[in-house]
Design a protein around this ligand. Structure first.
Ligand code: ASP
Length: 582
């Protein structure tokens, strides 16, 4: 038996017992006549004591030779500690060691295994197994497990079955590039790793498994952005015989359950907002509604007053920054510079201060009267003491730019409180999205999403206006889930492929299996997928998903620990028919 107890378990009630512990050496304090060792495992830390009087000289010698992170096993008696440590759950006791077994020595770790470590990010990634020994990382992994268990329990109780779907498949078009795997046995042919189990979960519905879920890895070969992982985990779900309302209810239930069980937060019914409204009020399809600062549209009030810049613009919008009327010229200039950076790309900002005496002072006083400016204040919801910031330009760009500014200022003003949870549904997403590069419409969600029946007619005339039965679940400015009601008949699906620019032949080649299945009694169905890594991170109160993944990739998509991706040797390449011909 390697251990009778864990290092986090023993209390005063066990004083006098003989125990066996095993773990890693966290710390050694050698006072010459007495040596204390903190022994650590996943469960905690227990203090060991070796001393000249009570410990045999052999064992004392062993203790003297110990280094950090050595793995040892000890037997001994639980005794009361002379100086107790109320900070430690095991702080009332220590183990007087009588037997010692060195299980494995360790090199000196390249960074300290402490809550606050001296190791930089890359170094910790390279030695991730050491990083995992640190409390913050260990606790995040335990937290992830807890969230996963709550998801599994809740959905199982609701009658969902977890079904695995294959990883070696044919490409699923969800907007990203596929990772591909060459087939050794089929020369020149490739599997693709799933971007999500989308088509398989739909086929499970055809198969009659009317409530499916899976906590599943997905793979997308996208250009890397901060905090994106090429492989990530979804809680993937699908239901048959449902309408949008049913899906929203079930998964609102799951989210409420998680907030309650994990965070102790009770939330009322989630507000719902159409995509159009979200864009209009927040310039963002995943609005953070923990704070206000909603956009006010100022075209009527700001145009035709001789200010040329605004007269030429498609949209003029503003926000009220709470309590910021006192910003200095320098602070405002810094904001203007901030929006002009290439990442945001705005031309500038117009400002108006709503002074304590009720007057307004703006950067465009030449063109606007007090009355005009009061109109602005009213429209953007500014109160005395607020700063009004206004931008103009073409509709979509300006909304996105002002949204970035809104989020930046909210963060700066401390309005994004991680302890507050503000979920909402964004519904009625557009079905299609115009892609400038390819000069074509793409499916905004994916090609299996059903258009709203009342909008189908518009497909021929104004495709951009067609709304989909598609929805996102948004939490604190993050999209944590998204899904749709699916097309379940062959004709509509064929029509969609046609609109998306697939020839008959291409559609058959790529999705023949799905179209065939639709001919054998496919039930109406729909579903949703949650980004599990992000959900865990938000519930955990942090925004980096990497902190919640045991073995994450770095920002360049590399695993620096195992050094992947890597070259293959010639023999392997040849076997895979990948030999580069020179
Ligand atoms: N497969 C979709 C996604 O990964 C989710 C869904 O439509 O259920 O975003």
């Amino acid at each position: 038996m390697y251990r009778s107890h864990t290092c986090g378990e023993l209390r005063a009630a066990s004083i006098g017992e003989d125990v066996t512990l095993a773990g890693w050496v966290q710390k050694i304090r050698n006072q010459g006549f007495m040596i204390w060792v903190d022994l650590r495992d996943r469960y905690g830390v227990t203090q060991l004591i070796f001393d000249e009087e009570r410990t045999s000289s052999d064992i004392l010698k062993e203790a003297e030779g110990l280094g950090r992170e050595f793995v040892i096993q000890v037997k001994g008696k639980v005794i009361e500690r002379v100086s107790k440590n109320p900070q430690m759950p095991t702080g009332d006791i220590e183990i007087l060691v009588s037997e010692f077994n060195l299980l494995n020595p360790s090199l000196t770790p390249p960074f300290t295994i402490e809550n606050e470590t001296d190791g930089g990010e890359e170094l910790r990634m390279k030695y991730r197994y050491l990083d995992i020994r640190r409390n913050p990382v260990k606790e995040n992994l335990m937290f992830r497990h807890k969230v996963g268990m709550q998801v599994r329990n809740y959905l199982s109780q609701q009658g969902f079955l977890e079904v695995e779907t294959p990883y070696l498949i044919k490409s699923t078009p969800e907007g990203a590039r596929d990772f591909v795997v060459p087939s050794r046995m089929n020369e020149g042919q490739f599997y693709a790793l799933p971007q999500s189990p989308q088509t398989f979960k739909q086929l499970l519905m055809v198969g009659g498994m009317d409530k499916y879920f899976q906590i599943v890895k997905c793979f997308r070969d996208e250009d890397l952005r901060a905090d994106r992982q090429p492989e990530f985990t979804q809680i993937d779900c699908e239901m048959a015989f449902v309408e949008q309302e049913d899906i929203l209810n079930v998964f609102e239930g799951l989210t409420k359950h998680l907030l309650k069980e994990i965070k102790g937060v009770e939330t009322g019914n989630f507000p719902r907002m159409t995509h159009a409204e979200a864009m209009q009020k927040y310039g963002n399809d995943k609005p953070d509604i923990r704070f206000g600062m909603e956009f006010g549209e100022l075209n009527k009030l700001a145009q035709g007053k001789g200010f040329n810049v605004f007269d030429q613009q498609e949209l003029i919008i503003g926000i009220a920054v709470p309590g910021a009327a006192g910003y200095t010229r320098k602070e405002i200039d810094a904001l203007i510079e901030w929006v002009k950076r290439p990442q945001i790309g705005a031309n500038g900002l117009i400002w108006a201060k709503y002074n304590d005496d009720g007057t307004l002072k703006s950067s465009v006083d030449k063109f606007y009267s007090q009355e005009d400016l009061l109109g602005w204040a009213q429209t953007v919801g500014a109160k005395v003491g607020d700063l009004i910031l206004v931008m103009g330009g073409d509709t979509n760009t300006t909304r996105v730019q002002l949204s970035a500014l809104r989020m930046y200022l909210a963060t700066r003003l401390g309005l994004r409180d991680p302890k507050v949870f503000a979920p909402l549904w964004v519904v009625d997403f557009p079905l299609l999205e115009w892609d400038e590069e390819t000069k074509r419409f793409h499916a905004m969600h994916h090609p299996f999403t059903s258009p709203k029946p009342e909008d189908i007619e518009l497909l021929k005339t104004e495709p951009a206006k067609v709304r989909a039965n598609a929805y996102d679940l948004v939490l604190n400015g993050n999209e944590i889930g998204g899904g749709s009601i699916r097309i379940h008949d062959k004709e509509t699906q064929a029509m969609m492929f046609e609109y998306l620019g697939f020839t008959d032949q291409e559609a058959k080649e790529q999705f023949g299996f799905l179209m065939n299945a639709f001919e054998y009694g496919a039930p109406p169905h729909g579903g949703i997928a949650f980004g599990f890594d992000r959900l865990v991170a938000i519930l955990g109160g942090q925004e980096t998903i990497r902190d919640y993944i045991a073995f994450p990739k770095n920002n360049a998509g590399r695993d620096v620990m195992i050094d992947a991706p890597a070259k293959l040797d010639d023999a392997q390449l040849k076997e895979l028919h990948l030999q580069v011909k020179i």
